[in-house]
Design a protein around this ligand. Structure first.
Ligand SMILES: Cc1ncc(COP(=O)(O)O)c(C=O)c1O
Length: 420
């Protein structure tokens, strides 16, 4: 009897199909997070990719945009972002039946508005807040809401290249009759379109404005990275549809919560309809967690309320990003084989100082004459990246995540610096 737990544990970890077991082959090709590696990990909440234990670790680094860098911050905040949900709570489908977005928790709405007022990155007065399962769901909801149901042709969806690789993939994966991916906004000809404007841009960090301006055209502004850790907050954005997500603002990608700020009530109603038909609302448990987390971020800066704490997310994030970009620029210079976009800066109204743009991704170019496929070249050196051609750009470019944990980031830097 005493040996039973041990035998059971060995049985579990030796099962070839058990999700806790990662073969060396899987590890080598892993781009997505790996499951835990022990019976204990299978019982505890998952933590994403296993940590790197030393510089000689043979696993590849890089690739996904999993924002695990922020874990270190949230470990330090004690119970500020902790939440207990009793078994009887959050059981109903409904949250706020008087609201356009009837499945949105009022506390979530309140904390979204509070954080935008604290940071000054987006207008909230006169806007409807909508909640989605990640901003990815709200992106799809916006395409649905903005495409006329009675048009002869699917509405063209465009974005300036290099564009976020999910835009074409998500737009076309169900082959909708309402909308269709039409590529680079700069080469689009026509009057009727939906332009996706991502600023700061994924993958290259550029600050973007819409490039098309016809009366019948519509724009969706994806402001996932318009937060002080990545870029100076130079103005209060006030576009018709703005998308945000906790994935990139606080690092809580696994909570799967995004929000949209929408000016027009009818567009807000149609976007809500999409979420209703797609998933009958959005997890209330996740909304409450997101509200708690966003509230903890605002509390860190709430000087007037006497609640200002030493746990300030954007200060942590900015320090980290500045340091990581310094390391990356030094590594690229030491290698001599790569170039990076030039650093830009601006006056940050939130920090009240001049701040550099420190994008969440590095848009790295292989300058070696003999390398045409930069992603393939780096893969050969155990650095996983996403090729430029997935972003509508040259495969000499790759996108590298800047938001991994310290251990993985440090190994990435040392491997890159050693490449000639
Ligand atoms: C520009 C941009 N928008 C949206 C998303 C997805 O956000 P979410 O995790 O909220 O679906 C990402 C994730 O990488 C992104 O880079």
């Amino acid at each position: 009897v005493a040996a039973l737990p041990l035998l059971l544990h060995q049985y579990i970890v030796n099962q070839p199909h058990h999700p806790g077991v990662v073969s060396p082959d899987q590890q080598r090709h892993a781009c997505a997070p790996q499951p835990g590696t022990s019976g204990a990990a299978a019982r505890a909440p998952s933590t994403g990719k296993p940590s790197f234990t030393n510089a000689f670790d043979i696993r590849s680094v890089g690739c996904s945009g999993d924002p695990t860098m922020f874990e270190a911050f949230w470990r330090e905040t004690g119970d500020a972002a902790e939440l207990v949900i009793p078994g009887w709570q959050t059981m109903s489908y409904f949250s706020d039946v008087g609201n356009v977005c009837w499945f949105m928790e009022p506390l979530f709405d309140q904390q979204v508005r509070r954080l935008h007022r604290t940071v000054g990155n987006a207008a909230v007065d006169g806007y409807h807040v909508l909640v989605g399962t990640g901003s990815t769901q709200l992106f799809m909801a916006a395409l649905y809401a903005l495409s006329p149901a009675d048009a002869d042709q699917p509405t063209s969806v465009v974005s300036t290249a290099p564009y976020y690789s999910s835009y074409p993939a998500v737009t076309d994966f169900l082959r909708s009759g309402l909308f269709r991916w039409a590529g680079d906004a700069n080469s689009f000809v026509g009057d009727s379109y939906i332009e996706l404007v991502c600023s700061p841009n994924n993958p290259d960090g550029a600050i973007r404005d819409a490039v098309l301006s016809s009366g019948a055209g519509k724009a969706v502004h994806d402001l996932a990275y318009y937060w002080p850790q990545y870029t100076p907050i130079t103005r209060r954005a006030d576009h018709d549809i703005m998308l945000f997500t906790v994935s990139k603002s606080t690092g809580h990608a696994g909570t799967r919560i995004g929000w949209a700020l929408v000016k027009d009530r009818e567009v807000a109603r149609r976007m809500t309809k999409f979420v209703e038909l797609n998933t009958i609302g959005v997890s209330k448990d996740s909304q409450l967690r997101a509200a708690k987390v966003l509230g903890a971020v605002s509390d860190g800066y709430d000087v007037g309320g006497g609640g200002a704490s030493r746990h300030r997310l954007f200060d942590f994030g900015r320090r980290k990003m500045v340091e990581r970009w310094r390391m990356l620029r030094e590594a690229a210079a030491a290698s001599g084989a790569f170039s990076l976009p030039a650093e830009t800066s601006g006056q940050c109204n939130f920090a009240n100082e001049t701040a550099a743009n420190n994008p969440a991704f590095a848009w790295l170019r292989c300058d070696r004459e003999d390398v045409e496929d930069c992603a393939g070249f780096l893969r050969g050196h155990k650095i996983l990246t996403r090729s430029g051609n997935q972003f509508g750009a040259d495969p000499r470019y790759v996108r590298v995540s800047m938001l991994d944990r310290d251990d993985a980031y440090d190994i990435f830097i040392s491997r890159l610096a050693s490449l000639k």
